[in-house]
Design a protein around this ligand. Structure first.
Ligand SMILES: Cc1ncc(COP(=O)(O)O)c(C=O)c1O
Length: 455
């Protein structure tokens, strides 16, 4: 009997050690690779663990390679869309460092700024809720889409308090005033990136770390070194961080940064400043980090895909979204959208049409979440009247969905393919082909509501 209990306690002890080692191994694995390369940074640069699935995988987009009849060229996608179990995309890579700072400073909440469809704001609402912090979002109008309508409902669902202003400037002042009167809140600038040289580089550091992750994958032969990387340039922190990481590691890769935001932010000089500010920040803690600078020669800022303003849907972006989703997204479980990733993909399509580029190894850095948020959206019951009154105008008389366009009776809505799914476009639900969509009544009805710009 005694022997038996000794046996069991030994087994129990063994299991405990095993579990502890497993947890330690897992924590170690998730620690930024940047800290492993430069251990001096470890206790100096703030960081908390948020990403659940890193390193993010890299897929080869063979159907697109065929479509563009590449001659030796290859197309890869970096799947940051899956870097977190609830909300993937580029935000949480930045947040590991920015929230690390907020937690270290014992802040009780985050305040952030963005358009009414801000993905940054949604990520902020989700992460603050998870960490038991509060979230205030200062929002400015952008072209109204189904994505915007869903986002507003989701911010509220995840507990964020919403504030609306007419323009970007008024909003910035309002949020600054909020910070002065609420010092226990941490103010994140739009996209978590320095603005006009002010603000923390910690978000950019998240993408220096992301490039170190890619470098590791290249070294392990999981992917060949790309000749070019296509990425969105909004607040520019993502692109600036990737380029800074690439420069620190001395790899030769050309960055194609597709401008998706206003040019007073997404411009050559801001990108260079943000990249070099982040390198300088890290060098303050470790002087062995190379004293290098990102220059104009490291990238091309691709303009002409934005449309007339931030957030507008353009024909080329929508077509790139539809083509990619159809050829690759469905089988690999990712989706693009029209504000950021669709514009980047449209620029990549344009690049691959040129004969000289058909032999290039190209990487598309996916910055948009691809986890399904429909279950959260269903929990909101689409009850927009719950939002602060100022936001009601974004719902009254504006119907984006098939079931609304077609006037489906409320009781049948959830049988509709399009219910709570904005990417499933009306004409697809109605089985109209893309080529003949102009003859399709559903497409006409929808395009009367959603402005598709010829850009
Ligand atoms: C999906 C997506 N991609 C790209 C970006 C742009 O990233 P950045 O602001 O770092 O340039 C954003 C910013 O909000 C985004 O939501």
């Amino acid at each position: 009997m005694i022997q038996k209990s000794i046996f069991f306690s030994e087994i129990l002890g063994f299991i405990k050690v095993f579990l502890l080692l497993h947890v330690l191994f897992y924590m170690e694995r998730k620690e930024p690779i940047l800290f492993k390369v430069y251990p001096n940074l470890k206790n100096k640069v703030p960081w908390i663990s948020l990403l659940t699935n890193i390193p993010t995988p890299i897929d080869r987009l063979t159907a697109l390679e065929e479509k563009f009849e590449l001659k030796g060229g290859e197309i890869y996608i970096k799947r940051d869309d899956k870097d977190h179990n609830i909300y993937g995309g580029n935000k949480l890579r930045k947040f590991e460092f920015i929230f690390g700072d907020a937690v270290k400073k014992k802040k009780k909440g985050m305040a952030s700024i963005g358009g009414i469809g801000t993905n940054h704001g949604l990520a902020c609402a989700i992460v603050t809720k998870d960490l038991g912090l509060k979230c205030h979002l200062f929002l400015f109008p952008q072209p109204l889409t189904w994505h915007v309508q869903c986002s507003l409902l989701l911010y509220d669902h995840f507990g964020a308090k919403l504030h609306l202003s007419k323009g970007f400037l008024g909003l910035t002042l309002k949020s600054l005033l909020f910070q002065i009167t609420h010092p226990k809140y941490y103010l994140m600038l739009p996209g978590g990136t320095p603005l006009f040289g002010l603000g923390t580089s910690l978000g950019t550091v998240g993408f220096i770390n992301a490039f170190f992750e890619l470098n590791d994958q290249i070294k392990k032969n999981e992917v060949p070194k790309p000749d070019v990387i296509f990425v969105a340039g909004g607040s520019t922190g993502t692109a600036a961080g990737l380029m800074a990481g690439c420069k620190l590691l001395g790899l030769e890769i050309k960055f194609m940064i597709v401008a998706v935001g206003a040019d007073f932010i997404a411009n050559v000089s801001t990108i260079i400043k943000n990249a070099n500010k982040a390198i300088k920040y890290l060098r303050e803690f470790d002087s062995t980090i190379p004293d290098v600078n990102v220059t104009e020669d490291d990238f091309e800022l691709i303009e002409g895909f934005l449309g007339s303003e931030y957030g507008i849907k353009t024909i080329r972006s929508q077509d790139a979204v539809d083509t990619t989703n159809q050829l690759e997204g469905k089988k690999r479980d990712f989706k693009l959208e029209t504000t950021y990733t669709g514009k980047v993909m449209a620029a990549l399509f344009n690049y691959l049409e040129k004969e000289d580029n058909k032999s290039k190894k190209v990487m598309f850095w996916n910055t948009y979440n691809s986890n399904d948020l429909a279950s959260y959206l269903k929990e909101t019951h689409f009850n927009w009247k719950k939002l602060p009154k100022k936001f009601h105008k974004f719902y009254e008389n504006t119907h984006f969905q098939c079931w609304e366009v077609k006037n489906c009776p409320e009781k049948d809505r959830d049988k509709c393919h399009a219910y709570l799914n904005h990417e499933y476009r009306c004409w697809l639900v109605n089985k109209c082909s893309r080529e003949k969509r102009n003859d399709c009544k559903a497409f006409k009805d929808l395009s009367n509501i959603i402005k598709l710009e010829d850009a």
